[in-house]
Write a protein that binds this ligand. Structure first.
Ligand SMILES: [Zn+2]
Length: 423
């Protein structure tokens, strides 16, 4: 990229902050924070506002079968598009930046490319992917899943307050009948880039401003049921007890120890149900949900295996029955090496200290990675806070992230050859 283009590519801070502020004003009434969940009225109104914002930026908009809102800027060659974007739905009591920065920042990129007089070879598509956050239909990344072909048509019948998921997708302008097959095939998209707030403390604590994301962690999550025996807490000698909670305690501390010893994994027991949950009764039944996350599929597998072996031993020792009720596993999504290197280089031009980080949270990018080379850029989250009203990033860092995305788009446009391979 020439130094001249780099200098000319300047996002407009005032315009970006104004857009973030305007969208933050469109929220569900009587909910905490900035709440705009799919498929609420606020989400639909936010979509309408966004579509106008895209059109005012000179982009031509359409809504695909999955309800993704797509806005296109033409390229000079007959090539598949580079896709940039994220999501505008939030969690209950969410913040103003999660996903939103990635969409509004992408529109800002299209505008500052125009203003810098940059013509890309590839068309550029700015996307607002439908319903990224886990919603009350029990599905996350609805729009990006459908693009990548990971959407199951039977989900369309799931109902919330009398509204099926099919109805909800239709209400945003989608065509649910068409969701049985992938909306895009491999090769139909040249590359994907997503700008996002980190949602964790690493950049903020290390005083770094940008990160190139080398992948999104896989998750192994299981619900374990421990069945012991509820007896009198005063009359039952220790050696005759079948204490389900004492067994759970071993499992929880084993998980913590395993993941402290393995720097590439994190593990959590975030949910525990104790029955009968009485101060003078030995706990008879415990249900707990344990999860492990890692960017390395092998580490994920063997750490889970080690946890399961320890759980089995602890349960046997106490005469407690152990059952694995449900297991979900999402494999890690790794970004292609050349793309991570390229995005990291771009980030380092704007912040010498820019680092490479994995994402511990799920994103639309984990779906998109199945379609095309995909990478993310993170900006700091103050105090690592996210999914709460306190979620914040300084205006300077928001704009820096958008500048990094703009530079990355230009660099990727130049680096891709006709077969869609990085150089
Ligand atoms: Zn997000």
């Amino acid at each position: 990229m020439s130094a001249e283009i780099m200098r000319a590519l300047q996002p407009d801070q005032q315009r970006l902050l104004q857009a973030i502020n305007d969208l933050a004003n469109i929220v569900e009434p009587d909910t905490p924070g900035w709440t705009r969940r799919f498929p609420s009225g606020a989400y639909l109104r936010g979509r309408e506002w966004l579509r106008t914002r895209m059109q005012n930026a000179g982009l031509s908009t359409r809504i695909d079968a999955a309800g993704n809102l797509l806005a296109e800027r033409a390229g000079s060659a007959d090539l598949p598009p580079i896709l940039i974007g994220s999501h505008t739905d939030t969690v209950l009591g969410g913040g103003r930046y999660d996903g939103i920065l990635g969409v509004l920042g992408a529109i800002e990129v299209a505008q500052c490319l125009d203003e810098a007089g940059v013509t890309l070879r590839h068309p550029l598509i700015v996307a607002d992917f439908l319903a990224e956050e886990a919603n009350d239909y029990g599905i996350s990344c609805v729009g990006s899943r459908a693009l990548a072909g990971n959407f199951k048509p039977e989900w369309l019948d799931r109902t919330l307050n009398g509204l099926t998921l099919a109805d909800a997708i239709r209400a945003v302008g989608g065509t649910p009948e068409a969701l049985g097959t992938p909306l895009a095939s491999k090769g139909a998209v040249a590359a994907c880039l997503e700008l996002h707030i980190e949602q964790g403390p690493v950049l903020d604590q290390r005083g770094k401003l940008l990160a190139a994301v080398n992948g999104i962690v896989g998750i192994q999550r299981g619900t374990l049921v421990l069945q012991g025996q509820p007896d009198h807490a005063g009359t039952t000698p220790m050696e005759l007890r079948r204490d389900a909670l004492a067994t759970a305690a071993v499992i929880i501390s084993t998980l913590e120890a395993l993941c402290r010893d393995e720097p590439q994994a994190v593990g959590t027991v975030g949910r525990l149900e104790v029955s009968p949950n009485q101060s003078n009764v030995i706990p008879g039944t415990v249900t707990l949900t344990a999860e492990i996350r890692s960017l390395d599929a092998e580490i994920l597998e063997h750490t889970w295996q080690a946890l399961w072996e320890a759980a089995t031993a602890a349960a046997q020792q106490r005469g407690v029955a152990l059952e694995l009720l449900a297991l979900t596993s999402t494999p890690p999504a790794l970004a292609e090496r050349w793309l991570v290197d390229l995005v990291h280089q771009v980030c380092r031009r704007l912040d010498d200290g820019a680092i490479v980080l994995p994402s511990g949270a799920g994103h639309d990018s984990s779906q998109l990675a199945q379609l095309a080379p995909t990478a993310m850029i993170f900006v700091p989250s103050i105090g690592g806070r996210s999914h709460c009203p306190e979620e914040a990033t300084t205006p300077e860092h928001l704009v820096l992230g958008v500048a990094a995305l703009a530079h990355a788009v230009v660099a990727v446009d130049q680096a891709l050859d006709a077969e869609g391979h990085g150089q």
